[in-house]
Design a protein around this ligand. Structure first.
Ligand code: SF4
Length: 208
């Protein structure tokens, strides 16, 4: 019998969303994307991401830019207050860490605008130290799938750490981002066509 991980990764191979930032692993482009993505839809960020990197191709370009120039990009997607923190974080990596991302969780959390989720993405993608990065969508999927309503983000991270082998953790995590956005949606989850339905506590409780 196929495991839920096998089923999820098969679904992901056939249905993955393609966003510009997914191909990158350098700290600058990953950090820019993840700060833009905080509580913001991926499709919205996609509207400005490539243009932003064309305007500011290197960390130094962003650090030396005026705040107005940066804000002009963020304004287009209604996130103007992120501009200042992003520039501060980029400048700090250059001035304090010599342009290399500090690959320690506690150090990453000290960067302006970088919280738990973004720090964990950076650890996984840039530092190649895979850890689960769980947003509200993935947490919702986990609660439904396991049938445990009161799981916190930290609980879900611990569950994934134990349930997923390290070598596939990053792929599984990105698959879960897509799966929870497309299938296990907040409103009207697509349980009828869900490949995980027979293994899911919530799905198993639904009438056929
Ligand atoms: S069966 Fe429904 S609740 Fe369960 S994982 Fe699939 S979409 Fe989500």
């Amino acid at each position: 019998m196929e495991s839920w991980l096998d089923i999820l990764l098969k679904w992901f191979r056939e249905n993955k969303r393609r966003f510009s930032w997914r191909e990158y692993r350098d700290w600058y482009r990953v950090l820019v994307a993840e700060v833009m993505l905080i509580r913001t839809r991926s499709e919205t960020v996609e509207k400005i991401y490539r243009g932003f990197l064309e305007k500011f191709p290197k960390p130094e370009d962003l650090c030396n830019a005026s705040i107005e120039e940066i804000e002009n990009f963020f304004k287009r997607i209604g996130l103007v207050n992120r501009a200042r923190k992003l520039r501060e974080a980029i400048c700090l990596v250059i001035s304090k860490y010599g342009g290399e991302l500090p690959c320690l969780y506690e150090e990453l959390l000290k960067l302006p605008g970088v919280g738990r989720y973004v720090a964990r993405v950076l650890l996984t993608k840039v530092c190649r130290k895979p850890v689960p990065f769980v947003d509200g969508n993935i947490a919702r999927f986990a609660r439904r799938f396991l049938g445990v309503n009161n799981m916190s983000i930290e609980d879900v991270e611990l569950w994934l750490e134990k349930a997923v082998p390290t070598e596939i953790l990053e792929s599984v995590n990105i698959a879960l981002l897509d799966f929870s956005a497309i299938i296990c949606k907040a409103k009207n989850p697509r349980c009828d066509s869900c490949p995980l339905r027979t293994l899911c506590s919530y799905g198993a409780g639904l009438k056929p």
